[in-house]
Write a protein that binds this ligand. Sequence first.
Ligand SMILES: NC(=O)c1ccc[n+]([C@@H]2O[C@H](COP(=O)([O-])OP(=O)(O)OC[C@H]3O[C@@H](n4cnc5c(N)ncnc54)[C@H](OP(=O)(O)O)[C@@H]3O)[C@@H](O)[C@H]2O)c1
Length: 236
Amino acid sequence: MATLFIAGASGYTGQALVRVASGTHRVIAHIRPGAKGDALSGELAGLGVEVDRSPWEEQALRERLSEIEPDYVFGLLGTTRARGKAAAREGGPVESYETVDRDLSLMLARAAQGAKRPPRYVYLSSLGADRPGGNAYLRARTEVEQALMSGPLPWTIARPSFITGPDRTEDRPGERYGALFARVGLGLAAAVGASGLRDAYGEMDGTTLARALLRAALDPACAGKVLEAKDLRRLS
Ligand SMILES: NC(=O)c1ccc[n+]([C@@H]2O[C@H](COP(=O)([O-])OP(=O)(O)OC[C@H]3O[C@@H](n4cnc5c(N)ncnc54)[C@H](OP(=O)(O)O)[C@@H]3O)[C@@H](O)[C@H]2O)c1
């Protein structure tokens, strides 16, 4: 039985990973402090999952990770432009690809590195993070990937395409239309024999991705590897 610390456990992928791993492994679901996460925290605690509500502060996270001694830390967080605008309207701290997707993912890595027993960091990146161009979303992921690759912590990086499925409750038009577009285009491509394109660019639901992330974590051969969508599909 391995010990997993899942940051971003309230998200679509995070909740799927909690479900897939609990029962077989010790799962610590990290849900950021705040009333928004109270209901989910209660629900998960009722299912026997350990919930951690440490603040997003490096020292607090390092101390918790030193106590928990996880084998694997999963970084599954990210914001959207819509959420950033909502946070600005509410007058809260800036929420952007830089402050959340990049800086909190890097903070988690530093906290893990400073913990008593540094775990492997399984980082959920994205297709295209190796060629971000001027895209701020991809650039944030490139920077996290580069820091992990050049740092001392053991790591595994996952680069899925669209993560969506019928069980996704939040309305995310970008993913929905992107996945639909990809499904139609790639379906046509598969019909003419190019099924490899669908493996590389097609959508993946949260549970399929969660299975792949867990298997990647548990497989020593995946340490120091970048897993593209087709690799994740094979692992799931
Ligand atoms: N969706 C896609 O098609 C896709 C494709 C490739 C890669 N990715 C990347 O994969 C990751 C997970 O995707 P997902 O679809 O599972 O995401 P999601 O459902 O939007 O979940 C995002 C997670 O990040 C947390 N988070 C957001 N803002 C935060 C903040 N300011 N402080 C602390 N935590 C914060 C959320 O916590 P709260 O619940 O507390 O807000 C939630 O746990 C993201 O980085 C995403 O960009 C997504």
